[in-house]
Design a protein around this ligand. Sequence first.
Ligand code: ATP
Ligand code: MG
Length: 674
Amino acid sequence: MTAVLAAAAAVPAAELSSEQRAVVDHRVGALLVFAGPGSGKTRTLTARIAALLRDGVRAQEILALTFTVRATEEMRVRLVGQDAAYGLTVSTFHGLCARMLRSHATRFGRSVEYSIYDSSDLRRLVADVLADREYDSEPAELARGFEADVVNEIAKAKSALWTTEDLRARSAHPEGELIADLWQLVEQELRASNAFDFQDLLTNTVDVLTACPDVRDRYRRRWRHILVDEFQDTDRAQFALLLRLAGATGCGPDGSLMVVGDDDQAVYGWRGAAVSNLLEFDRSFPSARTLMLRRNYRCSRRVLAAAMQCIRHNEQREPKALIARSGAPEGTVSLRRFDNDHAEAAAIARDIVEHRDRGVDPREITVLCRTLRYTRALQQALTARGIAHRVIGGHSLWERVEVQDALSVIALVCNPHDEVAFGRAIGAPTDREQFRAAQIKAPTRGVGNVTKRRVAKYAQAAGIDILRACSAADTLDIRKAAREPLRVFGKALSAIRQELVDGRGIDHLVTRALTFEGGPVSVYEHLLQSTDDAAVLKDTQRVLEDLRSLVRAARTYETEHADATLVGFLEESRVEPAQVIHPGEDDRMTVSTIHGAKGTEAEIVYVLGCEERVLPSGYAIDENDPRRIEEERRLMYIALTRAKTQATVTVAGERIGDQRPRRPSRFLAEAGLL
Ligand code: ATP
Ligand code: MG
């Protein structure tokens, strides 16, 4: 979220405009705040929480939903210092649902230990289903493309609350019918693995709240005030959840529902977000009030003018006033063109050194790009000049391949029916590059896809879990060579599972899951001892450090949660894999995707790579759908409106790995910059 939150809990009423004060003072029922970037939506939302607390509302009665994990984390960190805020629920939609669903898992044929699959897990599962149907005769590239399509179509259908029949009838995909069939099989597999995917967390929670009025009423009594930031990016399922939690009166007559959003900043259409939620809010909540915030408190005049000039080219939007605050500085918006990405990176890095030398706070410098891919040269240039920077939107600890491998072992200990976790854990290490580079054989267990599948099928048929099936490997119809490794693996993990059942602590269990014989740590220690290649050594040290971080994360989780469980720790790694930034602890500048920078701001902003096929992206251009281009234009709008004083957009004529000459983005001319 924004720097404003630092003081937000104690924002004095005098620091709010009269429009903002009306929002804070709204008492009961539904309220929509519809306003442009930098108009103080988030600040007002937080000020409202503070006002509710001051009015004697108990923190336990307040639920604040934010869109990104980072936003949640920042809000939590900033409000937690306040005694009165203790007990407040601040969460993402997925985090909230994952917690609510635990106690209702049996309704869906799952146990409380259910696993949560992300899209890459789902792809593995889809690949298995396709392999069962002998669908793998295509070239591998095509098959992979199709797997991704299947995962996307299912996710979109779930977020629209469709059934398989809806998908069959309504999908625009040429293979819609096949995908609907596959979806049914995927559901069976998810159930057999005691797992939910990301979308299930939402749709199933909605289902529980619909079917069980007593549960719904319990939550309604609990959260009497609900606040939602970045509402434009909610999808149908999230909206349905809100409706269940708030009722058609919006938590009335003595509670409130406040949502804040901006249709011009809706950028998750590809993930099923429905901006219509924002535009039709008053239809679902007939007594809703709508308030506008017309003044922008963030951007300099030139920045705001360029951004508004650009967004005007969108046809799908609600025109709304946005005026610079009185006394706003003129600021600057400039376009800089370079021959190639190296010149671009060098110039930006040089600039940043100058800013630093002039005493600019590094936290007030942000470099944005459509995708992090194009920031590599810049990151190198920054590192070469000794400029510390944090990167947002890319790989956090939790997304590293080796950490994911380790998490799959933990997931299997926790939920021994989880076939995807089993497949990953038994096949680890997933990334064998380090071993190849060191010219040694990766110590894998030699258990291929067919064998994995047989073990899992055997477990299903025999009604036992996968670890027990591994222990019985000698009796299975599988390759002889695979039997011993499976048995050893099954025995080791069963022992750890027993410790879980015996009630051992999470820190201990995670350490055990990482350090058992043949497990993640021993694999990389083996590599460390077997090579003297400097690059491999360095990378392996990095992996071991990541694994240590995982143990530290488990320790922190355990100390921070009175009701800590291993499944809760896994849940956190899945739905809230935050890059936790504690205020004051991180004073680096930021390199981020535009998506990752939503809600934030900085004095000086660079928007790197403002070229056709970067922003707008090549996908958006090739799809030939004006709505996709409009979504890209909104990204440009968001990028520019992050800048408080100075925005610099850059264009490179060439980029490494893509020798095609590059043209400036169409959005630059629209913004009056070309
Ligand atoms: P976005 O749409 O980008 O998320 P937003 O509408 O949530 O923006 P905020 O981040 O809450 O806007 O506020 C933008 C900036 O304006 C912050 O720096 C905040 O401190 C400042 N601001 C907001 N309201 C006021 C005010 N009444 N007086 C002074 N500064 C304000
Ligand atoms: Mg905001």
